[in-house]
Design a protein around this ligand. Sequence first.
Ligand code: MN
Length: 203
Amino acid sequence: MPGSRGARPLAFVVQKHRAGHLHYDFRLEHEGVMLSWAVPKGPAPDPSVKRLAMQTEPHPLDYNLFEGVIPEGEYGGGTVMIWDRGTWKPESDDVDRALARGDLKFRLHGKKLHGSWVLVRTRDRTWLLIKHRDEFASTEDLTVTKPLSVVSRRTLAGIARAAGASARQLEQAAGADPPRPARGAATAAEPAPSRLARAARPR
Ligand code: MN
């Protein structure tokens, strides 16, 4: 129906980005752009954990597909991984009002992130990203247990290497991968399941 809204699912993406410092760019599609927050420690599915999320400039939708290396000297220079992606749904009635109020509730349907979350503004561009209590809440540290790209299954170092990153960028990317060998690496044994991981997770 012309003019009807909400028919097409809204995109969300989380890009792990080793620039000057490691952070996870958390982006939600809204009115033709990706609203963006830089989350230094990455999203945590534990409702008792509040993750700092610094609001940044909205990004174009095209950028959701970017995984690779931004050259040194350019803004955001460093390696970028598509760490998670999927669709999101506001749980607040009016997204613009929720943003203005600094309290946006939403559901994520990603490969790593699921269920109900909230972004709460504390001041200016400073927000907190918090998981709501639901069946997807968990104490699992997804940045450690699920470190690979959801589109290419590569590590950050693998992405940097394939893109011909500088030696310094490659070293920084490798330093931002968890210490344990990643699943799928040629020499890696199958990692033990996390003690904190749920035995059976709903899809
Ligand atoms: Mn970034």
